[in-house]
Design a protein around this ligand. Structure first.
Ligand code: PLP
Length: 407
């Protein structure tokens, strides 16, 4: 008898963005003539940088001739891309990450979801609340949690991000083995200072733990004092894995390219307590289950690091940050307390009501779609997330409508 993995039954019945999509569909049926402005799901709206499309096109052309055609690529990614990442994202900033330590992939979603496979089933996991849902759900599927009770899974340690701690969680009071961190944060838009990351790295070293650091929004950091990589912290290369993505920096959400950094020194332990390095494990996992990102996509990603690519990516992220400033200005002016939006495309707004009620109000009265904070965890109650991913004109229009709706 074929049986299912019953851990899937523990997952909350519907996924946040499907719930939102359903409410938006109902709204469209009810008001077919009203225009909706979407500031909800974190998808970008502007085209790929021209440097990327140019490289993309010419790589596609190469594939049309036998002599330049390429079949399966190296599972870890082509050297031309890993060399550029190592040089431009790390070495030039004084961080010693070599191309060998970089694993190119088709998304930080897959990597942050798959990485848990290389850890034991009985580890203790600390997960921020609110959180990007992938970290939680993939551990639920793998059977590392109990049931969901009142919005929280038994067996997980929740790291609360609240107004009191500036949406940067404190160290856990108990000993944990695996810690998920994400800065600039989705959904709160909060950032962590070097001093804050230093504490986490110290904790991981003291407790023989590991940090999974999601830096998918690193390209939005404008404050030079903020760390762009956890590897800016001394000793982090022994206790952390970092995830990056071209999705939000260069508009690759539909093109798919990202990378994960697993330093060769990064360690975990076996059941005898002996050190075991994670780099060979992840390499084995990827070589077995993943067959690399397509050649043209990797060429397009490489173009991000050209001089023109760097300028265009900066212009792209600046555009969304300008939207974010406008959102903060308006929502603060309306009396709401806002976090994020300065070094992040997300603005986390403390509302004066239940987050789904706030969502419904903005949809019904303003035709604006945001994301209800409760969908990201218990601490998201009474909050909404507004994303800066839309045109400046639409953001302006949405804010005018929100102002009217809240009066
Ligand atoms: N990590 C975080 C925190 C995200 O918010 C997202 C996308 O929204 C991802 C990872 C996924 O990135 P990718 O498009 O590379 O899969």
């Amino acid at each position: 008898m074929i049986r299912i993995n019953e851990n899937f039954n523990k997952l909350k019945a519907s996924y946040l963005f499907s719930d939102i999509a359903n409410r938006v569909s109902e709204y469209i049926i009810k008001y077919p003539d009203k225009e909706i402005i979407k500031l909800g799901i974190g998808d970008v709206t502007r085209a790929l940088p021209p440097a990327c499309t140019k490289a993309f096109h010419s790589a596609v052309d190469e594939m049309s001739f036998d002599k330049s055609f390429r079949g399966y690529g190296p599972e870890q990614g082509y050297e031309f891309l890993r060399d550029k990442i190592s040089e431009k994202d790390f070495q030039s900033r004084g961080i010693n990450i070599s191309p060998k330590e970089i694993f190119v992939s088709d998304g930080a979603k897959c990597d942050t979801g798959n990485i848990q496979e290389i850890f034991s089933g009985d580890i203790k996991i600390a997960i921020p609340d609110p959180v990007y849902p992938v970290y939680v759900d993939t551990n639920v599927m793998a059977g590392r949690t109990g049931k969901n009770q009142d919005g929280r899974y038994e067996g997980l340690i929740y790291l609360e991000s609240t107004e009191q701690n500036g949406y940067v969680p404190d160290l856990p009071s108990e000993s944990v083995d695996l810690i998920y961190l994400c800065f600039p944060n989705n959904p709160t838009g909060s950032t962590a200072t070097k001093a804050q990351l230093l504490k986490w790295v110290g904790y991981a070293r003291d407790h023989k733990a590991l940090i999974l650091f999601d830096a998918a929004y690193e390209s939005f950091i404008r404050d030079d004092s903020l760390p762009r990589s956890i590897f800016e912290i001394e000793g982090a290369d022994e206790v952390a894995i970092e995830f990056r993505s071209f999705s939000k920096s260069a508009g690759f959400t539909g093109t798919r390219c990202a990378f994960t950094v697993v330093p060769e020194k990064c360690r975990a332990f076996d059941s005898r307590g002996d050190v075991s390095y994670l780099h060979p494990l992840w390499l084995r996992r990827q070589s077995t289950k993943f067959n690399a990102v397509s050649y043209p996509v990797q060429r397009a990603a490489e173009a991000v690091y050209s001089d023109e690519g760097q300028k265009q990516v900066r212009e792209l992220t600046d555009y969304y940050l300008k939207n974010a400033s406008l959102i903060i200005e308006k929502m603060t002016g309306l009396g709401y307390s806002c976090t994020g939006g300065k070094d992040s495309p997300y603005i986390w707004i403390k509302g004066d009501r239940d987050s789904w009620k706030f969502f419904d109000l903005l949809l019904e009265k303003a035709g604006v779609v945001c994301t209800p904070g409760a969908g990201f965890g218990k601490c998201g109650e009474n909050h909404i997330r507004i994303s800066a991913f839309n045109s400046y004109e639409n953001v302006q229009k949405a804010l005018e409508r929100i102002e009217k709706a809240l009066q």
